[in-house]
Design a protein around this ligand. Structure first.
Ligand code: GTP
Ligand code: MG
Length: 311
């Protein structure tokens, strides 16, 4: 039996859950994960489709362990990369203990939100369901429509009964209640991860993502969806900590946009990324950014595998 104080029982069991964070693109899944952990493990961006692979983040508390999988937001896919991302998100939500479906409660539901509801209502496994109504700091204009959409999706199906929790990843409102709710739903079982790790996101991928996040903040229109980043060279010795990050674009004409007038955009991105890496890793890391053309990279399976977007 679990004592609720974090002590393991004789078999080593604690309150422990594998939780898939799913939902439409841009509703704040990654922001919510970072806010729940109190540490940044996943990039956030005003541009939709920021998360391109599954990121794990682990919350250890005296009362147990919550292991989260942050997934790419589901969207109407325009490319092979988009379709792979959608598939990864759907697959990640299978075989977990809890599905945490995130919505933007400040606006009425999109077709992708309703699509997730239908999928989860009909899934028929034993996973618990928690609905996070995020961006509540911007108002609750979508709350009623979301409840009605769930009633419609669940009617006639053997749907699980979800917990509904209003939260704001931005202000922190409702986060304590969401954590309580998730621990309450967590089965007593052996933990999935050791108690001293925050994420198993490889360092090279984390560095590449930080550069991409800073680029996303400064690129406009469709450009963010045309860039990928990958660490090509990494030195981490006591004397030197330096990474070469390649920024891939699809066409030669896009190179100039990323570099900016007199290299200004790239310089700003480098400085912002270096500052963030220093705060993430606690040590300075020098970055060399290189822009390279990789025609049609979003459709290139081998390329996507090589840079870690596909596993
Ligand atoms: N006002 C407000 N904005 C939020 C909140 N949570 C996230 N955002 C913003 O919403 C945008 C999207 O956040 P992300 O965390 O990247 O969203 P996501 O669901 O992970 O997006 P994808 O990875 O593209 O699917 C960012 O600009 C965030 O700053 C919130 O609670 N309130
Ligand atoms: Mg995300």
């Amino acid at each position: 039996m679990n004592t609720g104080t974090g002590e393991k029982d004789r078999e080593g069991n604690i309150h422990s859950a594998l939780i898939a964070i799913v939902g439409r693109a841009n509703v704040g899944k990654s922001s919510l994960l970072n806010a729940l952990l109190g540490e940044k493990v996943s990039i956030e961006s005003p541009v939709a489709q920021a998360t391109r692979r599954i990121i794990r983040g682990i919350l250890n508390e005296p009362r147990g362990q919550l292991a989260f999988l942050d997934t790419p937001g589901v969207h109407a896919a325009q490319s092979d990369l988009g379709r792979f991302m959608n598939r990864a998100a759907r697959t990640a939500s299978e075989g977990v203990d809890i599905t945490l479906l995130v919505f933007d409660v400040s606006r009425p539901p999109f077709p992708e939100d309703v699509g997730w509801m239908r999928r989860l209502a009909r899934r028929g496994d034993s996973a618990a369901l928690v609905f996070a109504l995020n961006k509540s700091d911007l108002g609750l204009a979508g709350a009623e429509a979301l409840r009605r959409a769930w009633e419609a999706a669940a009617s006639g199906a053997q749907a699980p009964t979800p917990d509904w929790v209003e939260v704001s990843a931005r202000t922190g409102a409702g986060l304590a209640r969401l954590r309580d709710q998730l621990f309450a739903r967590a089965p007593v079982q052996p933990p999935y991860f050791p108690s001293d790790i925050l994420t198993d996101h490889p360092r090279r991928l984390a560095i590449a993502d930080v550069v991409r996040e800073k680029l996303f903040l400064r690129l406009r229109d469709e450009m963010p969806h045309r860039v990928a980043t990958a660490v090509e060279h990494l030195v981490e010795t006591p004397a030197e900590r330096r990474a070469t990050v390649v920024i891939y674009v699809e066409r030669a004409s896009q190179k100039g946009i990323v570099i900016g007038h007199k290299g200004r955009l790239l310089r700003t991105v480098r400085r912002a990324a270096e500052a963030e890496l220093k705060s993430l890793f606690g040590e300075a890391m020098a970055l060399d950014l290189v822009v390279r053309v990789e025609p049609n990279w979003t459709k290139n399976y081998f390329f996507l595998k090589r840079i870690g977007y596909l596993t």
